[in-house]
Write a protein that binds this ligand. Structure first.
Ligand SMILES: [Zn+2]
Length: 403
């Protein structure tokens, strides 16, 4: 589902905070302003993409401010939002300058803020968390109550403000537009990552790894040549070339990530499943730092983009995903007749090896993720022509696919 499929509301409430803890919140707001300024300095004029701002500024924010990890990420994302709206204005002929972050606010999300049944909220700061009491109207008709009482509303990004020495929490809520007729059971998209095919989905979408292989070879070739030269200026050139190659590779990875998330949306999947990153890296030839970096980035991009669409991510153990037949479950090394081809020694099914692996990853995620997540458990994984429910079998698609 796309982000437009969410209904969003904000509930504003005043907070009661012990005076001793107010200073921690003020300090956090100050560091938040610093963090936003650092990120804006780095990203201004070059990007408005949240993931890119994050990768450009995260380390500096962590080094130069006292913000914890989650707040550092949120600050870079908030800056990306700000830069995007400035860019949109400037595209329409405005001449807005680089933003200055001076107002006393700080953003929160589910990882940096928790609500409790006793009407309190705990908020992350630059040090320990502080506990505050929500000053919701006593009158039960206060508009804020409905969001807390109705389970289909979910807390999302929120902002703490200080005004006239009082703290106000603007709590963001969202619910899916169709949450009243929400599916009881979710669907998984299995994804196999590799070098020849950078990604293959259980719905038989193939993303070629050729472009990335090409970048890696280019890098190696140029590195070898410059290392032979060995001069200081050759070293500078090398760094320049590496940065440029990585930038081009990042664009490729963004395109693949967009493609995978689009595929998940197209087949109405609720979760995307991969093998764990360490396992994917473990299969790489020694010293292939480039692909090790690329897989890390790809998973990061997909995770971030999927989250924006309300799609979750899960990782499964890779055991036998390449040797197991997705049709009959038979496991044998001999099933893998070549690097590209899978041929089951038991039932004779043949398939592209990566596609077979993607289906196994989907099935494993279904079996593994059967604990309910967000009032929903996954029960099947997506294929091009329908879905598979383990132990029950194949269901042809019934018009659920969005074109
Ligand atoms: Zn088989």
């Amino acid at each position: 589902m796309s982000s437009e499929d969410y209904v969003r509301r904000t509930a504003v409430t005043r907070l009661d905070i012990p005076e001793s803890e107010s200073s921690l919140l003020r300090e956090t707001m100050q560091e938040w302003q610093n963090a936003c300024q650092i990120a804006a300095e780095r990203a201004w004029g070059s990007t408005t993409d949240a993931t890119s701002v994050q990768s450009m500024a995260y380390d500096a924010v962590r080094d130069e401010t006292d913000l914890k990890s989650q707040h550092s990420i949120l600050a870079t994302h908030r800056v990306a939002d700000t830069l995007r709206s400035i860019t949109e204005k400037n595209d329409r002929g405005w001449d807005a300058p680089k933003p200055q972050f001076t107002s006393p606010t700080v953003a929160y999300d589910q990882r940096s803020m928790s609500f409790f049944d006793d009407g309190t909220v705990s908020l992350a700061t630059v040090e320990t968390r502080v506990r505050a009491t929500l000053r919701l109207p006593d009158n039960e008709d206060g508009y804020q109550q409905q969001f807390f009482e109705n389970e289909s509303w979910e807390v999302t990004q929120s902002t703490l403000h200080e005004r006239d020495e009082a703290f106000f929490l603007h709590i963001g809520f969202k619910k899916t537009a169709e949450s009243d007729r929400q599916q009881e059971y979710g669907t998984v998209l299995g994804v196999d990552l590799g070098i020849d095919n950078i990604a293959v989905t259980s719905t038989a979408q193939f993303f070629s790894g050729d472009e990335l292989k090409h970048h890696r070879q280019e890098l190696r070739r140029k590195r070898r040549r410059l290392k032979q030269t060995g001069t200081r200026s050759a070293l500078r050139t090398l760094i320049h070339i590496e940065n440029k190659e990585r930038r081009i590779a990042r664009d490729t990875l963004h395109r693949v990530a967009n493609g995978v998330v689009a595929e998940a949306k197209r087949y109405c999947c609720d979760i995307i499943a991969f093998e764990a990153l360490d396992d994917i890296r473990g299969r790489l030839p020694d010293g292939d730092m480039f692909h090790s970096w690329a897989f890390g980035r790809l998973i990061e991009y997909i995770t971030y983009k999927a989250r924006g669409q309300g799609i979750g991510i899960t990782h499964v153990s890779p055991e036998y995903t390449s040797q197991r037949c997705a049709e009959c479950g038979h496991v044998a090394e001999a099933n893998r007749s070549s690097r590209e081809q899978f041929l089951c020694q038991s039932c004779g099914a043949s398939a592209n090896a990566d596609y077979n692996a993607a289906k196994n990853i989907g099935e494993r995620a279904v079996r593994r993720v059967q604990q309910p997540t967000r009032r929903m458990s996954v029960s099947r994984y997506a294929l091009k022509s329908g879905t598979v429910t383990p132990d029950e079998g194949f269901t042809p698609q019934d018009g659920r696919v969005r074109g």
